[in-house]
Design a protein around this ligand. Structure first.
Ligand SMILES: Cc1cc2nc3c(=O)[nH]c(=O)nc-3n(C[C@H](O)[C@H](O)[C@H](O)COP(=O)(O)O)c2cc1C
Length: 184
């Protein structure tokens, strides 16, 4: 594959096992920088990223996040970095969008930024996994998230363990079932 974007898009898969190696701050910052330059509705840039790379705090958060019904997400306890992806909800464009169009633009904006982060992580050799299934209230408490910020998801980041082999192709719907042209 010649095109680097295409290569990264195909390479990225959710990683749920991680090497112990701690990702360097410079590498994490490069991922955050990719999120920083993402587009957003009216350039509102309402995203906030809270990086947890301190092992003790990471353990505390990962444990609290994955108790009880959230146990299926317990693999994040092995992830050396957890990033809480947050969005400020008191932004005018978001209120207008919700009121007039029924669209929560902040979720869209944050999703775009997260995907830029994740793709840059992949390029830098890090694997990642989005975590939507976790105890939001417990994590909010531990990170003292302000009321005007919505904690939408977590991103687990880490290097793949030794000997890790990528899954083959993505399991996805056929293109013709999800896209059409004109009046087809
Ligand atoms: C918003 C969002 C939330 C997700 N939440 C979880 C989760 O809680 N636990 C998990 O194991 N994977 C989670 N995933 C990962 C998806 O299961 C995964 O992206 C999908 O199965 C496609 O596989 P791939 O990422 O390897 O291509 C989430 C993905 C997204 C985009």
């Amino acid at each position: 594959m010649q095109n680097p974007v295409e290569e990264i898009l195909h390479k990225r898969h959710s990683l749920r096992r991680y090497a112990k190696r701690q990702p360097e701050r410079g590498v994490i910052d490069a991922c955050l920088e990719a999120a920083r330059i993402a587009p957003s509705a009216q350039n509102s840039q309402l995203w906030r990223f809270h990086v947890i790379d301190d092992p003790a705090l990471r353990d505390e958060i990962a444990l609290a996040a994955t108790g009880g019904v959230y146990l299926p997400s317990k693999f994040i306890r092995e992830a050396p970095v957890i990033i809480a992806a947050l969005a400020k909800t008191d932004i005018r464009i978001n209120r207008i969008g919700t009121f007039l169009q029924g669209v929560q633009f902040y979720l869209f904006d944050l999703g775009v930024a997260c995907q830029q982060l994740v793709l840059r992580a992949e390029e830098l050799g890090l694997g990642s996994c989005y975590i939507g299934w976790f105890d939001v209230d417990a994590v909010r408490r531990l990170l003292t998230v302000p009321k005007n910020e919505h904690l939408v998801c977590l991103l687990a980041l880490g290097y793949p363990p030794e000997g890790y082999t990528l899954p083959g192709t993505h399991k996805r719907k056929e293109l013709h079932t999800i896209a059409r042209y004109n009046r087809e």
